[in-house]
Design a protein around this ligand. Structure first.
Ligand SMILES: C[S@@+](CC[C@H](N)C(=O)[O-])C[C@H]1O[C@@H](n2cnc3c(N)ncnc32)[C@H](O)[C@@H]1O
Length: 243
């Protein structure tokens, strides 16, 4: 059952949360029941579950494609390519950006990029350029603006795009921010750590995130990148105002 932790302090609030959870998860509880591996809260989405998800089914890979090699370590480069292909440069925050390679690559492509992460880490000293196949070495003086703090809702006003790539503790906050601002959000959620939304047992976190975004009235465009691991993302934003 869905739980929204810490949002309401009284019994009335808890009843409201339970109703919201029942409403939100009525359909995916059926999916979970059909999933044999439903004993753990954090399950990776299987191709079979993907195929059963109305929003994500088109991302499921046919068996012959599953055998194709996937890149191991290049999630930053692949997400950078996706963003470059689909969006015009603007002001972006790499929320939970870790070492900040995604923000660096976007900065090189004309974005005003900032890392928002309570833990500061320096940029990596090298990365592989997928277009040339070459290692690119970063100089010590190369940098990206960094805010040593957790994401806070008011930050959304300063950016056109918020990205959380395998970040934790801020996915639900970013969806709330998208619902309350004009900012677009890209999420590739990988784990539930420190999130206020707990999906029913057996329901993958990515499905819960999609459902939460839909529940908030956001437009949701799922996509999938060719790397090993949780490689499904959503591009989401508020619907344009009705005329
Ligand atoms: C698993 S790491 C992912 C780092 C990087 N995006 C990557 O893909 O390698 C998750 C990051 O989220 C950061 N984080 C945790 N809570 C956060 C919050 N409330 N706001 C922003 N970042 C947060 C952590 O400090 C950590 O660097």
């Amino acid at each position: 059952m869905l739980a929204l932790i810490g949002t309401q302090g009284n019994g009335m609030g808890k009843r409201k949360d339970k109703r919201a959870g029942d409403e939100l998860y009525g359909r995916i509880r059926q999916l979970a029941a059909a999933n044999e591996d439903s004993s753990h809260h954090e399950v990776a989405i299987s191709e079979a579950m993907l195929a059963g998800s109305p929003e994500l089914a088109f991302l499921a890979e046919p068996p012959q494609r599953r055998e194709l090699p996937k890149m191991k370590k290049f999630r930053f480069q692949l997400l950078h390519q996706w963003i470059q292909t689909h969006l015009e440069p603007g002001r972006m925050a790499d929320v939970g950006g870790g070492k900040g390679l995604l923000a660096y690559l976007l900065q090189e492509s004309g974005w005003a990029a900032t890392v928002i992460d309570p833990v500061y880490q320096p940029l990596p000293d090298k990365y592989k350029d997928l277009a040339t196949g070459r290692q690119v070495h970063l100089k010590a003086e190369q940098s990206v603006p960094h805010r040593n703090q957790g994401f806070a809702p008011e930050m959304a006003q300063e950016f056109d795009l918020l990205v959380a790539l395998h970040a934790h503790g801020c996915n639900v906050q970013l969806l709330d921010a998208a619902a309350n601002s004009t900012c677009a959000v890209i999420l590739l959620p990988c784990c539930l750590i420190q999130e206020p939304l707990i999906p029913p047992q057996g329901v993958p976190w990515i499905q819960a995130v999609v459902d939460y975004a839909t529940h908030k009235g956001l437009q949701v465009q799922p996509f999938r990148l060719n790397f090993k691991g949780q490689n499904i993302g959503i591009y989401t934003r508020r619907r344009p105002e009705a005329p």
